[in-house]
Design a protein around this ligand. Sequence first.
Ligand code: ARG
Length: 466
Amino acid sequence: MNKNTKSPLWAGRLAHKPDADAYAFQASISVDKRLVFDDIAGSRAHVAMLGKQKIIPAGFAAKIGAELERIARELKSGKLVIDDSAEDIHSFIEGILTERLGDAGRMVHAGRSRNDQVATDFRLYLKRTVPQLQNELAETIVTLLDRAEQHLGSIMPGYTHLQRAQPVTLAHHLTAWCCGLERDYSRFRDALDRLDACPLGAGALAGSGLPLDRAAVADALGFSRPTLNSMDSVADRDFALELSSACAITMIHLSRFCEDIVLWASEEFGFINLAEAWSTGSSIMPQKKNPDFAELIRGKSGRAAGNLAALLTLLKGLPYAYDKDLQEDKESLFDSLDTLSACLRMFRGMMGSAEFNVKKMKAACCGGFMEATDAADYLVRRGLPFRNAHETAALIVRDCIEAGQRHIGDRSLAELKKRSKLFEDDIYRALKPAACVKARSLPGGPAPREVRRQIRALRKRLTKKV
Ligand code: ARG
């Protein structure tokens, strides 16, 4: 073993130590150092309980508590820095305590294992940081809803199979995105509810024979309860899986929205004009203005999906209870959380500053015969069975194509009547894109009044949560 590295916590049993390369291979400090303040919080609660329960002398407990507080302060001010050659964050903190307090420091690990310690630290970290991510998510939804509110009447094509299908509004489209993001928000909340149990006291796997007070520790750390079963506490990581999945799902949502944006930003669509500050150029093509941010968010969704797959695979074959494999759980979830947080910020900036080309969106509603369903519905209202109405409208579309016309309304009433006597003069009004949208006022539909209601409902759900 490298002479520079401190003796590991488990050195007593083993006469031979790993060489520096092997030691570094199994160390986790580079990843778990971000848990440092959670680790200190866990130790403080544990030590206070040890003192109260008279497992260690009260005076020692107070001394250790005060030292832990000092260590936290020094880490924050930079007076103390984390030693990257420590095995993990738990060893680092216990090492400093022992260095400074001698025997008192050596008392801190009574009734505790790094197995329940790391499970606790990880959950504390998530309880602290996931709400910040939820705020990012909520702010992103609000940004989109604000944009939607400005475009309740901005008509655009709705697509299926990426073919023009039926007219909708930009507000309807943006609100659709928000519905997905709002469910993502609640997925995080659900996961937080389930992980809100404190593993400390589970020990290595079988709890402890010492008279620990698990409920007091859980309470001091702000958990709503201690975990139920000590083996489960150190063996399972389903909370990490749930959060990794929530991150992946949210990233897949963002990725799909970004795909819309990339399409809209193309010359072919021309629906969106991204701010110059949210675009990039080309090193060779002087004219280029690329939607790189949207592309990169779309690209990074692969990472989040990969992290979820990695975690599922990690857990798949593990015997109960703790296995060192579990050390690999944090890096992938941290990466997913960091990636999502950054993507939400970028997405928000990009969408908050984008300009929509509502004229082009409206113009795109002519051509593609998106009014054909409304022509069929017109006939249904006049008593024709839908299948017949569908056939009639389809034949009229064929007539239009043959005649080089781009809209059913381009045909004369006489021509329309040749296909069905039920057509009257009011058909022309019914086929206008704005009328098609207005008619779709059912709950969920694109009619401006209805979308306003959807926006209000989403805002209400968010204020209840945030
Ligand atoms: N670094 C370890 C992890 O993240 C801490 C627990 C180590 N426990 C053990 N028995 N080696 O999982």
